[in-house]
Structures are given as structure tokens and as C-alpha cells.
Design a protein around this ligand. Structure first.
Ligand code: FEO
Length: 396
């Protein structure tokens, strides 16, 4: 039995089976679907788990409450990784009342055909469970329109949905006080950048909404329960949602035979020699663009490079470009480079994406290479790396 606070228990599950979260994002260290129980005069469940894990979920619930019924289930977020067990839960607990907001119930009808047993709450409403009282805060677009947060004001525990979540399984321990949290920090940034990153303003609004509330525990739907590191986690979300970043550099490139990769290496070396300590050099031909998005939320500088491919741009770069545009990021510097064998296209496509979609501040002269490296191209790559370094170092 995994206790979080007085009468508050963890009943979530690990997913160490899936390769891609949302069918998109690699999760080499797994992910969790967290759910919690408040066991008072009334028993209240916080969210459910992905339906594949229902047997484990039910066993976790029964370990805590035995044969007692569940009175309420609060749905903080309707995405199916947290809501898809609802219909099954109602079969096992037919009297359970579902707590959500108007948008929750619109989605619940659409996804699961559930229209009864609902208690609709509004921002600022409360629910007494006995000794524990839940206060509800509507926090739309974190990262869906129905998202909300509840706070158990008896024990200062916030149930936050996806907010403050991260990739990575829980390997026995739940509370951050009892586990080595090192592996979660980069995975928190990756989770944020991949899943929530487009919604900086709604995250800021949510942080403001709960800023005056005394909180000792953040119970997210993915990853550890934050207690010891609560201030750090809130600060990370605050910074990421403002698009704050360090003066480091992400160089992401595609390469087929190593020639564009050679350009990336020269640019990286020049930036390093010019004083940039944090450089993330990512070959998209091997590494998923999920990691580029992560590092774009860490570092202010971005240099993209790709070969021309079928009179367009290397396809893996195309995925990345679309993902960056979808994040609507602000306050970044961008340089670019590319190569071609007989007809040039990639460099002009990179320029177009920045001018029309990203609107990042261009830095340095773009470099274009025909076939392979020569002294002229090398000098231009060095100049690009140096220009970006100068821009970033002037920020410090
Ligand atoms: Fe973890 Fe947005 O679902």
C-alpha cells in the first residue's frame, strides 16, 4: 500500500510495455498512469488509468479499500490514458459518481457514451469527503480544454492532471523524498516540450490560479509525486511556459552519407571554441525529434541542417519543422545550413519555415554545400558557429 499523506494513497500503474506514448513519443524508460484514493467518510478516486492496465489498477484499489465502495471519481483530464477505464470502473462500482466540469462531460459522452452519474463542478466549487475537503480549479488547455486541478485542503495535496508530469516509470517508490529523481529532470522537459509545449499561456494562467494555495504535494498523472522538489518543479514549469532558456545551442541535422553531418560537426566545434558549453548535437537520422524539442526548451540557440531530398528537404527534418511550428515557441535564435548533390532546395525551405512559421531571430549566414566539404564551406560553417556563439554569449 503506497501512502502519500494522511488518508491519501497511490493506486496508479507503470506502463513498461509501450514503445511510443500517444503513438508518437519514445518512452524508453516507460511511463506511469497515476491515480490516487482519498479514503475518508467518502472514498474518492482521482482519475483512472489506461484500460490495458485495469486489472492491476483494480487490485491496487482493493489493496487500499478492500470491499468498500468508491463514492466519487474526479476526472481531471479526459485523455484516454487517464479516462479509458471509466466504463469498466462503473461496472465494478455502479454507484460511483463522476465529478468533472461541463467540458469533461461533453467528452465523456462522446468517448464512452456516459451521460449519467455525473456531478458538474465549476471553478471555485468545493466537495467535502468528511475530514477532507476538495477545492476545484478549472485550468483549461493544460493541454486539453477540460483540464482541471483539485486541492485537498486538509493535507495540502494538489491533484494536477498532466501538469508537473514526466516520462519514466516509478520503480517502486512514489514520493520524490524516497527516490533518486535524477533520471526524471530531462524526461520532465521532454514530456513538457512534447505534450504541453504549445500551451505556455494556459500553463501560466494555471500557475497563477493556484499560486496563493498552500501546497505540500503535487500529485500528477505521470511520474513521481513531488514533495521535496516541489519548488523546483513549479519553477521548471514556470520557466518552460515562459519559453525561458539557457544560452546553449541545439544543432539538429539529417544526413544520409555523412556530408551534412560533417557540416554540423564543424559548426559545433566552432561554437564550442567560441565559448558555448552546452551544445546538443542531434542526428535526426538516428535520434527521434522528441529530443530536439526537449533541448529547444533548454537552450536558446537553434541551428538546423539537412540535405536536399527529391527536390525537397530530408523527410526527418520535415517532421521536426512541423513539430517546431506546432509548439509556437518564442525568443529563440536560429541559423541553418544544408547540402545538395545537383539541385539545391533544403536551405531555402529552412529559410521559408523560419520566415513564415517560427519567426525566430535569424543568426549568421546560412551555409550551403554542394556534395562535400571544402575549405570555403568549412570557413562558412565556422563563421555560422561563431556568430551563434557570439549572439548567445551576449545574452549572459
Ligand atoms: Fe496524460 Fe494528456 O494525458
Amino acid at each position: 500500500m503506497k501512502k502519500i499523506a494522511d488518508q491519501v494513497y497511490y493506486v496508479g500503474v507503470n506502463d513498461l510495455n509501450k514503445r511510443l506514448f500517444e503513438g508518437l513519443w519514445p518512452i524508453p524508460e516507460g511511463v506511469t498512469y497515476n491515480s490516487y484514493l482519498v479514503v475518508d467518510e467518502k472514498v474518492c478516486l482521482m482519475d483512472t488509468v489506461e484500460i490495458d492496465f485495469y486489472p492491476q489498477f483494480l487490485a491496487n484499489i482493493r489493496e487500499v479499500i478492500g470491499d468498500r465502495p468508491i463514492d466519487y471519481v474526479v476526472i481531471h483530464h479526459m485523455e484516454p490514458d487517464h479516462s479509458s477505464s471509466l466504463s469498466l470502473l462503473r461496472k465494478f462500482y455502479p454507484d460511483v459518481k463522476i465529478i468533472g466540469n461541463k467540458k469533461t462531460f461533453d467528452m465523456m459522452k462522446g468517448f464512452y457514451g456516459i451521460t449519467d452519474g455525473a456531478i458538474e463542478i465549476k471553478n471555485g466549487d468545493s466537495l467535502s469527503l468528511g475530514r477532507h475537503t476538495l477545492n476545484f480549479y478549472l485550468t483549461p488547455m493544460l493541454h486539453w480544454p477540460e483540464t482541471m486541478v483539485s486541492v485537498d485542503i486538509n493535507v495540502n495535496v494538489a491533484f494536477t492532471g498532466d501538469a508537473f508530469g514526466c516520462f519514466g516509470s516509478l520503480n517502486g517508490g512514489i514520493l520524490d523524498d524516497h527516490i533518486d529523481t535524477e533520471k526524471y529532470w530531462l524526461e520532465m522537459i521532454r514530456y513538457y516540450s512534447n505534450i504541453v509545449g504549445r500551451y505556455g499561456t494556459p500553463v501560466q494562467n494555471a500557475l497563477k490560479k493556484i499560486s496563493g494555495v498552500q501546497l505540500d504535494y503535487l500529485c500528477t498523472t505521470h511520474g513521481p509525486v513531488w514533495h521535496k522538489h516541489l519548488p523546483k518543479v513549479v519553477d521548471m514549469y514556470d520557466r518552460m511556459s515562459k519559453y525561458d532558456a539557457e544560452p546553449g545551442l541545439v544543432i539538429a541535422y539529417g544526413t544520409m552519407y555523412g556530408n551534412t553531418g560533417h557540416m554540423a560537426e564543424v559548426i559545433a566545434e566552432a561554437a564550442s571554441q567560441a565559448g558555448i558549453e552546452n551544445i546538443s548535437l542531434i542526428n535526426l537520422s538516428k535520434t527521434h525529434y522528441s529530443y530536439v524539442l526537449r533541448d529547444m526548451f533548454r537552450y536558446k540557440g537553434l541551428i538546423l541542417g539537412a540535405p536536399t531530398y527529391n527536390n525537397s528537404i530530408y523527410p526527418k527534418m520535415e517532421h521536426l519543422l512541423s513539430a517546431i511550428a506546432n509548439r509556437d515557441m518564442k525568443n529563440r535564435y536560429m541559423g541553418w545550413f544544408g547540402s545538395f548533390s545537383w539541385a539545391s532546395k533544403a536551405v531555402s525551405i529552412l529559410k521559408d519555415w523560419n520566415e513564415n512559421k517560427f519567426h525566430f531571430e535569424p543568426v549568421g549566414e546560412p551555409v550551403e554545400m554542394k556534395q562535400s566539404m571544402n575549405e570555403d564551406v568549412r570557413a562558412k560553417c565556422v563563421a555560422l558557429g561563431q556568430s551563434m556563439a557570439k549572439k548567445l554569449l551576449n545574452e549572459e
